[in-house]
Ligand binder design. Structure first.
Ligand code: ATP
Ligand code: MG
Length: 160
């Protein structure tokens, strides 16, 4: 359905407001002014966003910050949505497997975090079904940025 990106991102930040406040993590949402309505499956993209933001909250220590942004790709054909955190990061050796089902970085640190290791693999499937891509950049002890793209123009409706 046609979805307002600013509203969608504000709403995901709202869903996590309690956990964010509990950890004194500040979250900000920033959307390119030229992006308004995008054609997407709202339930599915919410599932992607909920996982990315829950990861960001889980793996960022108290007092950190999370930023959720939407921009247009260089060729203007896609919207690129990023969730960036100032968390513990992911070691380089794990990056290639991070989208695998059930893969979790070093059990010691994920043990008491809860979760199954499925979130990112499901996110990748959903984004693929939408005709987009997902990628993750991370630096250990610095932070992680996950970016996914969604086509701006699709059957049934185009970007306004
Ligand atoms: P689930 O999403 O099923 O509840 P999960 O969060 O452990 O469980 P994924 O979302 O697939 O699983 O993430 C896989 C692993 O990648 C995590 O266990 C964690 O080790 C690492 N990871 C994911 N996002 C981040 C992040 N923002 N910062 C640091 N590590 C991360
Ligand atoms: Mg997760």
């Amino acid at each position: 359905q046609q979805t307002n990106i600013q509203d969608m991102l504000d709403e995901v930040a709202d869903r996590f407001s309690f956990q964010l406040r509990q950890k004194s993590i500040t979250a900000k949402v920033k959307v390119d002014r030229s992006i308004k309505q995008v054609w997407l499956d709202r339930d599915q993209i919410d599932q992607v966003l909920d996982n990315l933001v829950s990861n960001a909250v889980k793996y960022t220590s108290d007092g950190g910050s999370i930023s959720i942004t939407a921009m247009k790709s260089k060729d203007k054909a896609y919207v690129e949505i990023s969730v960036q955190d100032t968390g513990i990061g992911i070691p380089a050796k794990d990056l290639s497997r991070i989208f695998d089902r059930f893969y979790r970085v070093d059990k010691a640190r994920s043990r008491n975090m809860g979760g199954t290791g499925l979130g990112l693999s499901i996110a990748r499937e959903i984004v693929k079904h939408h005709g987009g891509k997902i990628m993750l950049e991370s630096e250990l002890n610095v932070g992680t940025t996950v970016t996914f793209s969604l086509p701006l123009l699709q059957e049934g409706g185009d970007a306004k």
